[in-house]
Write a protein that binds this ligand. Structure first.
Ligand code: NAD
Length: 513
C-alpha cells in the first residue's frame, strides 16, 4: 500500500500558506526509533476536513509489525537507561525545549488541529496553548518527584524511590488530539518512561507534527514513538506484552476492550472514558452567567467533549425564564468552517457522527422530548447539525442516559435538592458535573453528593495542569493532570539495609578474612 499522492494541494479554505505547504507533504505517519516512515498495513488512514468533507491527507496505517517495532524501540530506550538515567534536570530541559518548539509552531499547529477536528480556530488555539502549559507543568516535576526515608525499625535504614514504569502506550481520541496526548506524554516522560502513542485515525495531524518536534528538541530516539491507524492498530498496541502501562482516552465501549487486553498481560491501565454530565441550575443562581456556562458546556467543540454538560437540570420555578434566554442565545449562534472567523460552532467529526446525532434527536422526540430549537442539518458541505435543545425530557428516557457526543442538550426540571442529586447521579457515568447556586452551604453539600470526578461550581469546563481530572463508574478510573498523574507513571521501590551492630561486625569479619 502506498499513499494517495493525488492530493497535492488540499483545499482548506482560509488556511495559511504554511499549513497548505505542510498538508501537501505531510509526515508519513509512523515515528519509530527516531525515524519517520510509512506504515506497512493494507489500509490507508484518510484524514478529512469535517467542515468540507474534503481529504486533507492520507497515511498508510501501521501494521502489527510496525506496532511491534515501535514497542521494541520504546523497550530498548527504557531498558538501556538513555532516558530514565538521564539527569532529571536534562529531562526537564528537553520537555521545556519541546514546549518551546510547539509555541514557535503554534499558528501552524492551531490550523492543523482546527482543520482536522472541525473546531473553530479560536478553540484550537486554546488547545495548543493548553498542550504547551501541560508540557511545562510536568517538565517541572522531572526533578521534584522524590522518595522518602521510612521510619522502619532502628536496625534498618529504609527508603523509597519512585521508579518509572517502563513503556507506556498512549491511545487517544480525536476530539482534543494534542492536549489529551500531552496529559499522558508529559508526566510519562518527566518521570523517565518511554512512550508509544497512537492518535485517533480521524485526527492525527497535530500529533504527527509534535512527534517531529520531539526529534528536533533532541529527545533521544525511541523515547517517543508514534503509530497511526484505526482500532486494529490500537488493539495491537494495547495487547502487546512488552507494554507496562496503557493510558487510554476514548469511548467506554473501547475502554472495556482495552481493559480486556490489559488483563491478559497484567498491564496497568488508566481509562478516561465517556460521560453524560449534568449541569444543575438552582433558582438562586446568577442566571445570566449560568446561561453562558451552560452554552459553553454543551456547544464547545459542537458537543463532542467528554465533559459536555449534555443534561441541563433546572429548578422548576425558573425553567421557563432560563429556557427562553438559552434558546434565544443558542438560536443566534453561527455554524461555520473551522477557519471562518464568524464560526461559533463547527461540524461533527464525520458523516457517521452527524447521522448518529440526527438519530438521537429523533429518539429524544420519540421519548416525549420537545425540540425547542435546532436539530436540522445545514444546506452546506461538511457534517453540520444545528445545536439542538430538547426540553421536557423524562429523567428515565434513554436520551438522558446515553452519550450522544454532539450538540444536543436535554432539559429536565427538578423540584428540590434531593431530586436534583438523584437525577444527576442517575446514569452509569461519573465524569463531571456543573452546579449553579449562590448558597455556599448548598454548593458544598450538593457537590459532596454528586457522583463525578470533577464538580465545577459557578463555572464549567475549567481545566488547568494542576487540577486532577478523571472519572468514576462508566467514565473510567485514574487521574490525569496535577500531582496525581505523576503517581500514575511511577511505582515506589523500597530499599532496606540492615545497619545493626551485628551486621556491621559481620562485615568487618568478612573484610578481615
Ligand atoms: P474511540 O473509543 O472510538 O477511540 C479512541 C481511540 O481508541 C482511537 O485512537 C481509536 O483508534 C482507538 N481504538 C479503537 N478500538 C480500539 C481497540 N480495540 N483497542 C485499542 N484502541 C482502540 O473514541 P473516539 O470516538 O475517538 O472519542 C470519543 C469518545 O472519547 C467519547 O466517548 C468521549 O467521551 C471520550 N473521551 C473521553 C475523555 C476523558 O477524558 N474522559 C476525553 C475525550 C474523549
Amino acid at each position: 500500500m502506498t499513499r494517495d499522492t493525488s492530493v497535492q494541494a488540499p483545499s482548506a479554505p482560509g488556511a495559511s500558506a504554511a499549513t497548505l505547504d505542510w498538508l501537501s507533504s505531510p509526515p508519513p505517519g509512523q515515528l519509530i526509533a527516531g525515524a519517520e516512515r510509512e506504515g506497512r498495513a493494507a489500509e490507508l488512514v484518510t484524514v478529512l476536513d469535517p467542515g468540507t468533507g474534503n481529504q486533507l491527507a492520507s497515511v498508510v496505517a501501521a501494521s502489527v509489525d510496525d506496532v511491534n517495532d515501535a514497542v521494541h524501540a520504546a523497550r530498548s530506550a527504557a531498558d538501556d537507561g538513555r532516558w530514565s538515567e538521564l539527569d532529571a534536570d536534562r529531562r526537564e530541559a528537553l520537555l521545556h525545549a519541546l514546549a518551546q518548539l510547539l509555541e514557535r509552531d503554534a499558528d501552524l499547529v492551531t490550523e492543523l488541529e482546527a482543520l482536522d477536528t472541525g473546531k473553530p480556530r479560536v478553540q484550537a488555539a486554546e488547545d495548543v496553548q493548553e498542550a504547551i502549559s501541560v508540557l511545562r507543568y510536568f517538565a517541572g516535576w522531572a526533578n521534584k518527584h522524590q522518595g522518602a526515608v521510612v521510619p522502619a525499625p532502628r536496625q534498618l535504614h529504609a527508603y523509597t524511590t519512585p521508579e518509572p514504569l517502563g513503556v507506556c502506550a498512549a491511545i487517544t481520541p480525536w476530539n482534543y488530539p494534542l492536549p489529551i496526548l500531552t496529559y499522558k506524554l508529559a508526566p510519562a516522560l518527566a518521570t523517565g518512561n518511554t512512550v508509544v502513542a497512537k492518535p485517533s485515525e480521524l485526527a492525527p495531524l497535530s500529533v504527527l507534527h509534535l512527534a517531529r518536534l520531539a526529534v528536533e528538541a533532541g529527545i533521544p530516539d525511541g523515547v517517543l514513538n508514534v503509530v497511526t491507524g484505526a482500532g486494529s492498530t490500537g488493539a495491537a498496541l494495547a495487547g502487546h506484552p512488552l507494554i507496562d502501562k496503557i493510558a487510554f482516552t476514548g469511548s467506554t465501549a473501547t475502554g472495556k476492550r482495552v481493559m480486556e487486553s490489559a488483563t491478559r498481560n497484567v498491564t496497568r491501565v488508566s481509562l478516561e472514558l465517556g460521560g453524560k454530565s449534568a449541569h444543575v441550575v438552582f433558582a438562586d443562581a446568577d442566571l445570566d452567567a449560568a446561561v453562558d456556562a451552560v452554552m459553553a458546556g454543551i456547544w464547545t467543540n459542537a458537543g463532542q467533549v467528554c465533559i459536555a454538560g449534555s443534561r441541563l437540570l433546572v429548578e422548576k420555578s425558573i425553567e421557563e425564564e432560563f429556557l427562553t434566554e438559552l434558546t434565544k442565545r443558542t438560536g443566534a449562534l453561527t455554524l461555520g468552517h473551522s477557519l471562518a472567523d464568524e464560526a461559533d460552532l463547527g461540524p461533527l467529526i464525520s458523516a457517521a457522527q452527524r447521522d448518529k446525532v440526527l438519530h438521537s434527536v429523533q429518539t429524544a422526540s420519540d421519548e416525549g422530548g420537545n425540540v425547542i430549537v435546532g436539530g436540522q442539518t445545514c444546506d452546506r458541505d461538511g457534517f453540520f447539525v444545528e445545536p439542538v435543545i430538547v426540553a421536557g425530557v423524562p429523567a428515565t428516557a434513554r436520551i438522558a442516559h446515553e452519550e450522544v457526543f454532539g450538540p444536543l442538550l436535554t432539559v429536565t426540571s427538578f423540584g428540590d435538592e434531593q431530586e436534583a442529586v438523584a437525577i444527576a447521579n442517575g446514569t452509569s457515568y461519573g465524569l463531571a458535573a456543573g452546579l449553579w447556586t449562590t448558597d455556599v452551604g448548598r454548593a458544598h453539600h450538593v457537590s459532596r453528593r454528586l457522583r463525578a470526578g470533577t464538580v465545577w461550581v459557578n463555572t464549567y469546563g475549567l481545566f488547568h495542569p494542576t487540577l486532577p481530572f478523571g472519572g468514576t463508574g462508566g467514565s473510567g478510573f485514574g487521574r490525569e493532570l496535577g500531582s496525581s498523574a505523576i503517581d500514575q507513571y511511577t511505582e515506589s521501590k523500597t530499599t532496606v539495609m540492615d545497619i545493626s551492630a551485628r551486621s556491621r561486625s559481620a562485615k568487618v569479619e568478612v573484610s578481615n578474612d
